[in-house]
Design a protein around this ligand. Structure first.
Ligand code: PLP
Length: 375
């Protein structure tokens, strides 16, 4: 069970026991799925769009995604959430012992998926002082003859870090020297970037024949439960990923894919509105965290998570590590946050700010009280 799920379950148990728990721990926007998307799903169901779909996705959704990315439908596979595309890619390509380089902190599932597929995660520490970003020199050192993939994720879950075009150019220079290394660019938080978004595939066209972009509707359109995501990459890789998918799910839900088409082709103004709302929440949260003793927070440039360093607070409270800190915080203040160790970086915690202001304010007040009472 992932540590994020463990935190959620501990919070639920406390809530069931009658405590007024605030959980700022999950990775989904609190906005509703847009009404026109829900209507499209309803129409699809009523009109009998209820059969098995083509394994790689409905023609309409594949074409829509392909058009948006400037590629052919053969370069696109639709899956049951972005997560499945990541798993499909790893299952389709990794031989036992193959290495996958991932900057730390990383989304918890990356390492688990790689291990499930028989691979070995190679963790490269990218601390707060380095903006939570991988440098070309670190990448060079991490690559071996067994390296199969580099996994990038920007905006990042959990750090909110993004890469500039120059950052990507620096990494690309290293990758050009190592043609056996493929790049997975997870851009699921593309529309939740607070600085101009830079796509790896578009910025580094020379590496397109070994770049897989991961994206989907979950975060941008508040559609986490609809389970629609995709991979965009070279046709042979897409074919291999589709073959894996064919034996796992037979393809995504017909109704959800109709809904995703409506999301991608409908009014896009909601993206900017939701981005602005998240940015305001970010500012509110970062200011409050930074004011707490022993806590310091880099301003996240995207996604909806703050990932403060809490080493000072851990020390002040005499806790062994961030997991113990988060457990004590939950017990003392009924506030659920995820320890940094879940993302490979102890000494931090992740606070999701995809919640209403009142909830954020109350959560931050609880954390502030807890931290002020330490040591
Ligand atoms: N990639 C990252 C970085 C994520 O944070 C998440 C969800 O938390 C996903 C992928 C999975 O997205 P989906 O819900 O579409 O499977």
């Amino acid at each position: 069970m992932s540590e994020i799920v463990q935190v959620s379950e501990a919070a639920r148990a406390m809530r069931d026991a009658g405590h007024d728990v605030i959980a700022l721990s999950t990775g989904e926007p609190d906005f509703p799925t847009p009404p026109h998307v829900v209507e499209a799903a309803h129409r699809a169901a009523v009109n009998g769009d209820t059969n098995y779909t083509p394994t790689g996705g409905t023609a309409k959704l594949r074409a829509t995604v392909a058009e948006g990315a400037g590629v052919e439908p053969a370069n696109v596979v639709i899956s049951t959430g972005a997560k499945q595309s990541i798993a499909n890619a790893m299952l389709a390509t990794l031989d036992p012992g193959d290495e996958v380089v991932m900057p730390v902190p990383f989304w918890t599932s990356y390492a688990d998926i790689v291990r499930m597929a028989g691979g070995v995660p190679v963790l490269v520490d990218c601390p707060m002082e380095a903006g939570f970003r991988l440098t070309p020199a670190q990448l060079e050192t991490a690559i071996t003859s067994r390296t199969r993939w580099l996994m990038l994720n920007a905006p990042s879950n959990p750090s909110g870090a993004v890469y500039s075009a120059e950052d990507y150019a620096g990494l690309a220079e290293v990758l050009e020297r190592h043609p056996h290394v493929w790049i997975m660019a997870d851009e699921i938080y593309e529309h939740l970037s607070f600085v101009p978004f830079v796509s790896f595939r578009e910025t580094v066209p020379g590496l397109r024949d070994r770049t897989l972009v991961i994206n989907g509707v979950s975060k941008a359109y508040s559609m986490t439960g609809w389970r629609v995501g995709w991979g965009i990459g070279p046709a042979p890789l897409i074919k291999a990923m589709t073959a894996v998918q064919g034996q796992v799910t037979s393809g995504g839900s017909s109704i959800s894919q109709a809904a995703a088409v409506a999301a991608l082709t409908g009014d896009q103004s909601l993206l900017a509105e939701r981005n602005a709302a998240m940015k305001a929440r970010r500012d509110r949260v970062v200011a409050a965290l930074d004011a707490m003793p022993g806590v310091s927070c880099l301003v996240p440039d995207g996604a909806f998570y703050a990932f403060p360093n809490i080493e000072g607070a851990i020390k002040a409270g005499g806790f062994d590590e961030d997991g113990v800190f988060c457990k004590a915080l939950l017990e003392a203040e009924a506030l659920a946050l995820v320890p940094g160790r879940a993302f490979g970086m102890p000494g931090h915690l992740r606070l999701s700010f995809a919640y209403a202001d009142a909830l954020l304010d109350e959560g931050l007040a609880r954390m502030g009280r807890f931290v002020a009472g330490l040591g």
